[in-house]
Design a protein around this ligand. Structure first.
Ligand code: PLP
Length: 425
């Protein structure tokens, strides 16, 4: 087989190709060898892909706006090595809990460029954020204003910069579970409530309202809702800082062509300049678009069963990727040991868990799957590792970083001992 880069879809990490052995190659590493060396299931991250996507956002912003920062919305892939790479690339960080804050700081993010979100932050989390010297706390409710005001009252620290999260009643076209901008949302303040909160914060001696935050949803493949949301919050006044969220969608299957980071930034910056003004500090916080396509999960086929359908069952499933079960998310698997063979077998790619719903890809197409084949599902970097779990006592997979033909373990495979490590009695 000739070496080729052309036939692999854009859903694979940058630089992926089919090598001389006819195997999928990721970050210069043969995927079949990776499966052999590290076992399956395994999350394979192409480090250069992560870095390139971070740079694409920074460069797109630098070309269009003076005062900005790109935040890694770390809920998408809260893995120390991923935080570390994105910190090295100069990104700032968005955390949605005390745990993500601890991970981000341990990985080297500057607390002053770390920002905390969450619709139900606890008093302990607010205290942790203040103690760390976090950049902004993004306030999400009246109760939280009360809580933060009470917490800060008994601290010596001077003032805390805050944003308020506004729910602009603009929804993008996405799964309801990841749509957040609609009026009936658990997140943020409605426009009217935001006016009240702004007035209250402007009078507060210790909470320094510097701006507004928006995040209308995730996996958005059209740019118009972003513009509409910016137009909606422009009615709330003039602030020095605007955090306009994440949400840019990615390609999970070859027929998806999301806007590029450049197009996305162009739309956001254009709307910000037109509706609010050019001289603002602009924060963007992509999660999925930074990490999803950096990663491929590898599985091994365990059984093939033919009844009404053909069921190809692998050694992972809903414990390493909940997205198909949570959102009906689609993936486009391939056999890593022959990725270019015509995928003519229609089958369900099933997981190993005790649920009929544990199907990674329904009506998948694979190339003559056989027991022992290595199956690759591309675009699993976002919300895969993040939502991994131990259902059926299945240890969570390792994370392997590949670069220039070298592979290194950045998170080891969980062990049975890990499964018992929190037992206290
Ligand atoms: N910012 C906030 C406040 C979010 O809630 C989310 C995702 O839920 C993100 C950023 C990241 O979104 P995405 O991964 O779609 O870019």
């Amino acid at each position: 087989m000739t070496t080729t880069t052309a036939q692999l879809s854009h859903i694979y990490p940058r630089g992926s190709r089919v090598n001389e052995r006819g195997h999928l190659e990721l970050g210069g590493c043969d995927a079949v060898e990776l499966a052999r060396e590290f076992g399956t299931p395994v999350y394979v991250v192409v480090e250069d892909d992560l870095r390139a996507r971070a740079r694409a956002f920074v460069d797109a912003l630098a070309a269009r706006h003076d005062d900005f920062d790109v935040l890694f919305a770390s809920k998408a892939f809260p893995c120390t090595a991923v935080y570390r790479v994105l910190a090295q690339e100069g990104l700032a960080c968005d955390v949605a809990s005390g745990g993500e804050l601890a991970l981000a700081l341990a990985a080297g993010f500057d607390p002053a460029r770390t920002y905390m979100h969450g619709n139900a932050k606890s008093e302990a989390e607010l205290r942790e954020a203040l103690a760390a010297g976090i950049g902004h706390i993004v306030l999400d409710s009246r109760d939280e204003i009360d809580r933060l005001a009470a917490v800060i009252a008994d601290r010596a620290a001077a003032r805390q910069d805050v944003l308020i999260r506004v729910t602009p009643d603009v929804a993008g076209d996405t799964h309801h579970a990841i749509s957040t901008g609609q009026a009936d949302s658990k997140f943020g303040f409605s426009l009217d409530q935001a006016r009240e909160a702004i007035a209250r914060l402007e009078a507060h001696p210790r909470l320094n309202l510097v701006g507004l935050h928006l995040h209308i949803g995730s996996q958005l493949l059209h740019l118009e809702p972003f513009r509409n949301a910016i137009r909606a919050i422009a009615t709330l006044g003039d602030f020095p800082v605007y955090n306009l969220g994440g949400g840019l969608g990615v390609a999970y299957t070859s027929d998806q062509h999301p806007p590029s980071p450049e197009d996305y930034v162009e739309a956001i910056v254009g709307a910000l300049h037109a509706e609010i003004g050019p001289g603002k500090r602009l924060l963007l916080e992509p999660g999925r678009a930074l990490v999803a396509n950096s990663t491929v999960t590898l599985y091994t086929v365990q059984t093939i069963k033919r009844n009404v359908s053909t069921w190809v069952a692998v050694d992972g499933g809903m414990s390493d990727n909940l997205r198909p079960m949570m959102y009906g998310a689609r993936y486009e698997p391939a056999i890593a040991n022959r990725p270019l063979r015509e995928p003519t077998t229609v089958c369900h790619l099933a997981g190993k868990h005790c649920e009929s719903g544990d199907v990674i890809v329904r009506d998948a197409r694979l190339a003559d799957p056989a027991v022992g084949d290595i199956v690759a599902t591309p675009a699993t970097g976002a919300y895969g590792y993040a939502m991994a779990n131990n259902y059926n006592g299945v240890p969570r997979p390792p994370v392997i970083f590949c670069r220039d033909g070298d592979a290194r373990v950045v998170v080891r495979r969980e062990t049975y001992a890990d499964l018992m490590s929190r037992d206290a009695g």
